[in-house]
Design a binder for this molecule. Structure first.
Ligand code: UDP
Length: 474
């Protein structure tokens, strides 16, 4: 059984950035790409991660690699297909890196055996396809164990760590200790922020690159109010619509029963109505995204002081093979929902989104983010939080936890609001303030878009990657 699965990569034109970043910056970008192409001399740039859909890393790779390919770079993308035992170890590593105990089991010799049984074999598999001159970029803990195998080939190997924590715990240090021996063999390691850099790594090989969003992706492209309503009603999330002026391409999605999976029938109270006020969180079903806190905070502090509805959307759990906890966390959220009386349930919407068609999923996420009056991201830990930048680009006022990369995105009180990650009352207050002061919300939303344009566009991170590869190849 092959352990690596190739993911197709589209080719996207860089030209679309010219009006956003201006002619001068655009020409410098083209020059840098031309130079990178010359340096690579037709060789491939390999990327490996653990999933091609769902979650921020896949989201970024889809765009980044497509722009690279559009600029003539031979980008390749492989996904590591582990087994259940492997993904429960890597989920433990992921939780530990975020400072949490996870399943509480240790990262011991047995865990290493499970881990290496996949990573070493995946490394060998990739090694057969790599030729001298190629470059390898591995993403996240699932791929770290491939480094020693690939380094034997003498090609540059870079590791990109997408997770991080502001203050490491003993669990974090245990995960570092487990992975450090592999990581040190890489030619460079990339972290999203200075605070995330591990102890005892070579500072000369350490590089900082903040994540970015693709403002032209289906998830972020402009939608009219009519399109938003049309997509949400086609997806079964909203009743009727005000205008229903939907472009046919957005209705390519199959909306037959079961395709757009909503909360369990038993949970069903009613769909959103077009004039409902919506508070939204979109996240994987992960305790670090705090679905219970989002629901409880809403019920205690927002519901009694507004007419708002909470819509919490996450991916269909069947689709996510690298996240064994997803199902469990969704069940916990459903359990919490079921415990509330009917009139409260009417204001809560737990939604699982189909992940079969990436564009369909993106259209629904886009529509939900534009539909919401306030977007929240009340995570307990967050490497970056692409959902924050996505909502900010759409001029939404965002209320989010003062943790991790969220702090780099939102300037508190200016381009959004930051609240203590455990402070349900502050979260509730901030949301209610924005709901009751639409002018403030609109101003914050407008500033949020500028913030993303200035700091979190894909062109910035593409340039940073090019600079790193030039350094490694020269
Ligand atoms: N996402 C999605 N469908 C979902 C839930 C999330 O497409 O049902 C996307 C979301 O829009 C964002 C990414 O997955 O682009 C999540 O990235 P983020 O950095 O916020 O969190 P991560 O999942 O990487 O921890």
């Amino acid at each position: 059984m092959p352990l690596l699965d190739s993911v197709p990569i589209a080719a996207l034109p860089l030209e679309r950035f010219e009006p956003v970043i201006g002619g001068g910056a655009f020409h410098r970008l083209l020059e840098r790409f031309a130079r990178a192409r010359d340096l690579l001399g037709g060789h491939a740039m390999w990327h490996v991660n653990s999933t091609s859909r769902g979650g921020g890393v896949a989201e970024m790779l889809v765009s980044l690699l497509a722009y690279g390919r559009g600029a003539g770079i031979d980008e390749r993308w492989e996904v590591i297909e582990g087994n259940e035992a492997f993904f429960s170890v890597t989920k433990r590593i992921h939780n530990n890196l975020h400072g949490a105990a996870g399943d509480g089991l240790p990262l011991d010799d047995e865990a290493r055996e499970v881990y290496e049984s996949v990573t070493l074999a995946a490394g060998e598999e990739l090694a057969e396809r790599i030729v001298p001159g190629d470059i390898v970029l591995l993403h996240d803990p699932q791929t770290v164990g491939m480094i020693p195998v690939l380094k034997r080939l003498g090609v540059p190997v870079v590791w990109r760590c997408h997770v991080g924590i502001d203050a490491p715990s003993s669990h974090t240090r245990a995960a570092w200790a487990f992975l450090r021996g592999y990581v040190r063999q890489a030619d460079a390691y990339i972290f999203s922020r200075r605070q995330y850099v591990w102890e005892d790594l070579d500072p000369d090989r350490t590089v900082l690159i903040a994540p970015a969003i693709d403002i032209f992706s289906p998830k972020n492209q402009v939608l009219s109010d009519g399109q938003v309503d049309g997509i949400l009603s086609a997806a079964g999330l909203q009743e009727g619509s005000r205008t229903f002026a939907v472009e046919p391409s957005f209705l390519r999605m199959d909306t037959s029963p079961g395709r757009v999976e909503r909360r369990a029938e038993a949970d069903e109270r009613r769909r959103l109505r077009p004039d409902d006020v919506v508070v939204l969180q979109i996240s994987r079903w992960d305790r670090l995204k705090d679905p219970i806190g989002v629901i409880d905070g809403f019920v205690r502090h927002i519901l009694p002081r507004s007419e708002a509805h909470l819509l919490y959307a996450g991916p269909s759990v069947d689709a996510i093979s690298d996240d064994p906890e997803g199902k469990e966390v969704l069940e916990e959220a459903r359990g919490r929902f079921a415990a509330f009386p009917g009139e409260v349930q009417e204001r809560l919407h737990l939604v699982t989104l189909p992940m079969v068609d990436v564009e369909e999923n993106a259209a629904i996420v886009n529509a939900l983010q534009r539909r919401a009056q306030v977007v929240v991201q009340k995570s307990i830990a967050e490497g970056f939080g692409l959902t924050v930048a996505e909502a900010m680009w759409k001029e939404r006022p965002v209320v989010a936890s003062r943790i991790g990369g969220i702090q780099d995105q939102i300037e508190d009180g200016r381009s959004g609001k930051l609240v203590g990650a455990q402070d349900l009352a502050a979260y509730g207050r901030a949301v209610v303030d924005l709901l009751t002061e639409p002018a403030l919300a609109a101003q914050m939303g407008a500033r949020a878009r500028f913030r993303v344009r200035d700091a979190f566009l894909g062109t910035r991170s593409l340039l940073q990657y090019i600079a790193l590869f030039e350094r490694l190849v020269l």
